[in-house]
Each structure stands twice: as C-alpha cells, then as structure tokens.
Design a protein around this ligand. Sequence first.
Ligand SMILES: Nc1ncnc2c1ncn2[C@@H]1O[C@H](COP(=O)(O)OP(=O)(O)OP(=O)(O)O)[C@@H](O)[C@H]1O
Length: 536
Amino acid sequence: MPVARSLTIARVFLRYRLDELLPASRRPLWLRVLWAPLKIMPRSKMARGERLRRALEELGPIFVKFGQLLSTRPDLLPQDIVEELDQLQDNVPPFPEDQCIALIEKALGAPVDELFASFERKPLASASVAQVHAAVLPSGESVVVKVLRPGIDKIIQQDLRLLGLLARGMARFLPEGRRLRPVEVVDDYRFTIEGELDLVREGANATQLRRNFAKSPLLYIPEVYWDYTRVNVLVLERIDGIPVTDVAQLHAQNTDMRLLAERGVEIFFKQVFEHNFFHADMHPGNIFVSREHPQRPQYIAVDTAIVGSLTREDQYYLARNLLAMFRRDYRMVAELHVQSGWVRRDTPVNDFEASIRAVCEPIFEKPLGEISFARVLISLFQTARRFDMEVQPQLVLLQKTLLNIEGLGRQLYPQLDLWKTAHPFLERWMRDRLHPRTIVGEIRRYGPEWLEKLPQLPHLAFSALEHARELAPQIRGVGEQLEQSRRRGRRRYARRVAGVILAAGALLLAAPGLLAQLPTASWLLGAAALALLLWP
Ligand SMILES: Nc1ncnc2c1ncn2[C@@H]1O[C@H](COP(=O)(O)OP(=O)(O)OP(=O)(O)O)[C@@H](O)[C@H]1O
C-alpha cells in the first residue's frame, strides 16, 4: 500500500477530526493514549455527517462511491449520517478525449471515424468508473459509448486494500466494530465496484433484463450492440428520457405520478419474485421516464452492472416473512427465520418473537400507507442479526434496492402505499407457486434432470450405505476420543482441586500455633490423596 496514499488518508482523517466521531467512553485505553496529543488540535465545528461526507469527497471517487453505498445502510448507521452521505455526488472530471478515443480504437480494433458515423468528443456524463459519449452508428442508430477510465482497476484495488485494512482495524480494535460490521460492508462494496469493471457483464445483464421486460409497459432497457462491446467499452442504444429526479418536468408533461410510483413498486416485485433477476443499482441517477404516453408512464433504466437474484428458498421465505409481518404474526416470522436457516436451528424462538414484536409494533402503529416497507425489512434483519443471523449478501442487495425504490416512489407520490401494491402481488405469487400449472412447469423444467438421475438412484443409495459403513468406525473413534478428552478434563480438574486441598492442608500443618488444626489438616490431606487415587 503506497505510503503517500496512507498519509493522505491520515491527513484528511485529522483535518475533519474523524477521531471525535467515536464517543470517548467507547474508545479503548490504547486508543485514548495514542490520541492524547490530538487534544491540542482545535475541535471541528461541523456536524459529524458533514465531516464524514467532506472527508470522503476529498479522498476521491472510490471513497465517494463507498459513502454512497453506506448511505443505503440505515440498518447500520444513524439517520443524520445517512442523510448527509445521501448527498454525495461523484462529480469527476472527464479524462482526456484523445485518451478515450485511443482506448476505444484499441478495444474495437478500428479508427473511431470508421466505427461510428459521428462521435461526440465531449462526454455526456463522467463518473468515477466510466464516462459516456454520444455517437451514431454507420447504420444510423443513436448510441452511447461507455468507456472505463484508464487504470481504474489498479486504483480501485489499491483503495479497496486500504478500506479493507481500515475495516479490519475497526472490527478488531473498536468496541463499535462488531455492531457496524465494517469488514462485511467493505466486502459488499468490493462486490459492487468490481462488478462495474466488466462492461461485458454489464451488457449481459442489460440483455437479460431487456428480455425479461420485452413488450412490458413498465420498464424499458436499452439494447446492447454486442459487436461494439468489450470489457472496457460498452455501446448501448441511446435513450431520451426524463431523469426521474426532474419532478417538475414530469409534472409539466402531465405524468400520472401515482401510477408512476406504483409501477416502480410493481417492477421491483416482478423482478424479485417473477424473474428472480433484479437491477440492484436503482439509484435515481440511473432511472429515467419515457416521454411517451405520460398517463401510462414507463421507466427506463441504465447502468445494469449490479444485479441480484435469490435462491428459490429465499424467495419463498421472503414472501412468507413479509406476509406474516404485515399480519403481525411475529411467531410465524420467528419460525420462518429458523426454518429457512437464516438464523441457527437452536435460536430461542420465544425470545426472537418477543424481540421482533418489540421492534415492529411501534412501526405498525402508523397507518399502513405511512409505513416504510424498507424500514420494516431493515428492522427485521437488524433484530435477526442480534440472534446471529448470517449476513446474506443477496438480502442486503435486496434491502438496498427496496430502499431505493421506496425513496423514489415516495418522492414521486408521497402518499404511496407500498403494501397496497405489494400485498396482492405476494398473495398471488404464493398461490401461483402451489398452482398445478406451476408444479407441471417445475416438472417440465427439472424432470429431465430427475429422470437422468433416476437410474443412478440404487447405485447412489448403495454407495451412501457403503460410505456410512466405512465411516462408522471413524465415528465410533471420534466418540471414544471425545470421551477420553472429557475424562482427561475431569482428571485435570480433580488434580487441581486436590492440589488446592493439599496446599490448604499443608498450610494448616506448617502454620505455627495451628497444631490444634491437626485433625482438619489430616482430613484434608487424606481427602486429597483419595481424590487423586480414585478419580477415573
Ligand atoms: N443508454 C443511454 N442513453 C442515454 N444516456 C445514457 C445511457 N446510458 C447512460 N447514460 C447517461 O450516462 C450517465 C452515466 O451512465 P452510467 O450510470 O451507466 O455510468 P456509471 O459510470 O456506471 O455511473 P455511476 O455508476 O456513477 O452511476 C447516466 O446517468 C446517463 O445520464
């Protein structure tokens, strides 16, 4: 890790007095000693969230993106910090045009003048990982050319190493470390940002989403031009939508805002439960609204680098959990967590149920339309974590996406009642799962695989039995070893007890004037000797 970068981080850290973010009472002694000299430095007058935001901005785009990711984790960070981090913008200056053109020409093996009928040298947008140029293909289609920043891979790896180091330090040395799960958060970020470094993967995700929503009135995904796409260059159909954040323009074209907000929720549930393939980077900068038929508004999404999917079991348990939560059947929620294996089998269901109730009841005090759906889910996972719920990356991704969708929906139409859209959807999905048509579909899908395995069944059963027989002596051996080690433990314990009794007896004998205690001492010595002799 380059020294200069570490020094920069230390300087920024001190300038914004990030050390103060940790409550003094929670600082371990060694840290208090180490930071004692900092007491002479002036204290910062800025709010803690602002300090953190500014520090991340100063550390550069990779840290800014990290901050943006943190802003989607209200389950870990306090609200004031989340709100401040939400404002992080990655305004990154574009890299030189000539360099960009050279990269495209190298990747596609031809001069830009030959590749495109026209190519706009000035970028449409420039972000931390890539920049986007407008162009026209020789066949006349308007496209955008997304190009990865040169050398970005190395910068990201270097900053990730640094972040990893900071996270491990936090987890190990700070009392807050365990609760904030910094290592897990950085791993999550690694997964996100590394996903953005392969534009072929992004293109493949776009193609799959486009197929899933082909002819759908809900969502449009631009087409990928595969002949023009490489790991560091992606050419996409150019879309001309209204940024979803431009509420004034949406109103001006008389968009049905309520339907727009509801369609956002519908898209989310369709992706998660019907397609099992969801766009997991639905932040407002990536979402547009078509200019056509504003009374039946259609979304357009770009930046498909991060997608998520659940296992079939997780899908099922998630749906049942949500239904049970909104029915306030906390017992069922607790049991589902155990059945799904999200928490350990030996979790005390009664305690778990009581904790979920304590967290959820205050939320459900409000009318359904005002309840934050994402917050319900976040609170649930937060509670489950206290009961050792393993962190499931796919559920974290889902939680973040839901948070984005809900935030967006409420911005567009503040009275949005998510549950009203979600509830019938989930009920229908649960019913459909058990519908004979679905079961026939499953049989059709997996039937050939089962049939393929059928003739092997007797053989598999036979080898399993053989294996079990071979293992039996080893299992017995392990049992005996366990018993021996238990016996050794008991003996060690007995020796210690006997030692203490011996010492006490010897002390009584040796102490002057304590001869009167002779009977007690001899009794003690005798007991100790007997314990040593008789203990197995
Ligand atoms: N198909 C498209 N048509 C028109 N504009 C597009 C298209 N794709 C991207 N853009 C524009 O380029 C911007 C950046 O694109 P994109 O989000 O894919 O890049 P990025 O480098 O992944 O950015 P970030 O990860 O910071 O969101 C978009 O916000 C949008 O304004």
